[in-house]
Design a protein around this ligand. Structure first.
Ligand SMILES: NC(=O)c1ccc[n+]([C@@H]2O[C@H](COP(=O)([O-])OP(=O)(O)OC[C@H]3O[C@@H](n4cnc5c(N)ncnc54)[C@H](OP(=O)(O)O)[C@@H]3O)[C@@H](O)[C@H]2O)c1
Length: 273
C-alpha cells in the first residue's frame, strides 16, 4: 500500500476536515465536490491517485478549499489504521465511508476472492475506519459520520446476495451506532441510494447491454445523491433515501411480511437479470 499524500500550499482551515473514501469516481467524487462547495477542506481517498489529483485541482480551483490526496487500498485490512495514523494531525470532523464494490451473479460460481473483497471493503474497512477515527471525533466534542449503503439494504436480493447483505449490515450498524452516540455529539447518517450513474453503473450496463438506451431514465445523477447525503449529514438524519421511487421501495419492503418481501425481491431480481 502506498499512502503517499500531498497537500495544497494554502493551509487555512475554516471548517472541520471531511474524509471521503472512494472519491475517485461516482458518488464519492460528487460527495467530495458537494462538501467542497460548502467550504469544507477534504481528505480524498482511493487507489487511483491520478484521478484524485485531478479532482483536487478542480476543487482547489473552484472552491479554494484545502485538499489532501491519499492513495490507499482499502482491500488491505491494515489501511484504516494506517490512514488514521497518517491523518493524526488533521482536524477531522466528518468521515464519509463511501468506497464500495459490487459483484453480482450466481453465488455458487462467484470467485471466492471477489466475495472476500466485497466483505472487506463494504463492511470491514468501513467498520475499522469508523473505529479508528471515532475517538478523534469524540475527543473534539463531536462530529459526523456518513455511511453509503444502498436500497439493496432493504431486502434480500437473489444473485446479489452478498452485496445486499453488506449493505444491510451498513444500514443496521449505522442506525445502531447513531443511537449509541446520540448523547455524545457524533451523528451517523446512512445514505441508501438507488441506481446511480457511476462506474458501478458502467459495469452493470456491460452485463445488461439492452438497458444502455435507458441509462438516463434508470440511473440518477451522482450529484443528486451527493446533495441528499450532504443535507442529511448536516441535518443529522439517521437514514437518507434519495428519490421518490427509492423511498416507495423502502416503504413497500418495510411494510411487507418477510415471505412477501422474499417473493418481491426474487421477482424484481429475476426481471432485471
Ligand atoms: N451506483 C449505484 O447504483 C449505487 C447504488 C447504491 C449504492 N451505491 C454505493 O455507492 C458507493 C459508491 O459507489 P459508486 O456507484 O460511486 O461506484 P464507483 O464509481 O465504482 O466508485 C467506487 C469508489 O470506490 C473506490 N474503491 C473501490 N475499491 C477500493 C479499494 N480497494 N480501496 C479504496 N477505494 C476503493 C473507487 O476508487 P479506486 O478504484 O480509485 O480505488 C471509487 O472511487 C458504494 O458503496 C456503492 O455500493 C452505488
Amino acid at each position: 500500500m502506498d499512502l503517499c499524500a500531498s497537500v495544497t500550499p494554502k493551509a487555512a482551515t475554516r471548517k472541520p476536515v471531511t474524509v471521503v473514501t472512494g472519491a475517485s469516481s461516482g458518488i464519492g467524487r460528487a460527495i467530495a465536490r458537494e462538501f467542497a462547495a460548502h467550504g469544507y477542506d477534504l481528505v480524498i481517498v482511493a487507489r487511483r491517485r491520478a484521478r484524485l489529483e485531478a479532482l483536487k485541482r478542480e476543487l482547489v480551483n473552484d472552491y479554494a478549499v484545502r485538499v489532501r490526496v491519499v492513495e490507499a487500498d482499502l482491500y488491505d485490512p491494515a489501511t484504516p489504521d494506517r490512514l488514521a495514523r497518517l491523518l493524526a494531525r488533521e482536524p477531522i470532523g466528518i468521515i464519509v465511508n463511501n468506497a464500495g464494490t459490487l459483484e453480482g451473479g450466481s453465488f455458487a460460481s462467484m470467485p471466492r476472492g471477489r466475495v472476500l473483497e466485497m466483505l472487506q471493503l463494504n463492511v470491514t474497512a468501513l467498520v475499522t475506519l469508523t473505529h479508528a477515527m471515532l475517538p478523534r471525533l469524540l475527543a473534539r466534542g463531536g462530529g459526523r459520520i456518513v455511511n453509503v449503503a444502498s436500497i439493496a439494504a432493504f431486502a434480500p436480493i437473489p444473485w446479489l446476495g452478498v452485496y445486499a447483505a453488506t449493505k444491510a449490515f451498513v444500514l443496521s450498524f449505522g442506525e445502531s451506532l447513531g443511537e449509541e452516540l446520540r448523547e455524545r455529539g457524533v451523528t451517523v447518517t446512512t445514505v441508501c441510494p438507488g441506481l446511480t450513474d457511476s462506474e458501478m453503473a458502467d459495469a452493470a450496463l456491460e452485463r445488461a447491454p439492452g438497458l444502455k438506451p435507458w441509462r438516463g431514465q434508470l440511473f440518477a445523477p451522482a450529484t443528486e445523491v451527493a446533495r441528499a447525503a450532504y443535507g442529511g449529514c448536516m441535518s443529522a438524519d439517521p437514514v437518507v433515501v434519495p428519490g421518490l421511487t427509492n423511498r416507495a421501495y423502502d416503504g413497500l419492503m418495510q411494510a411487507a411480511p418477510r415471505p412477501l418481501r422474499r417473493f418481491l425481491s426474487r421477482y424484481i431480481a429475476r426481471s432485471l437479470r
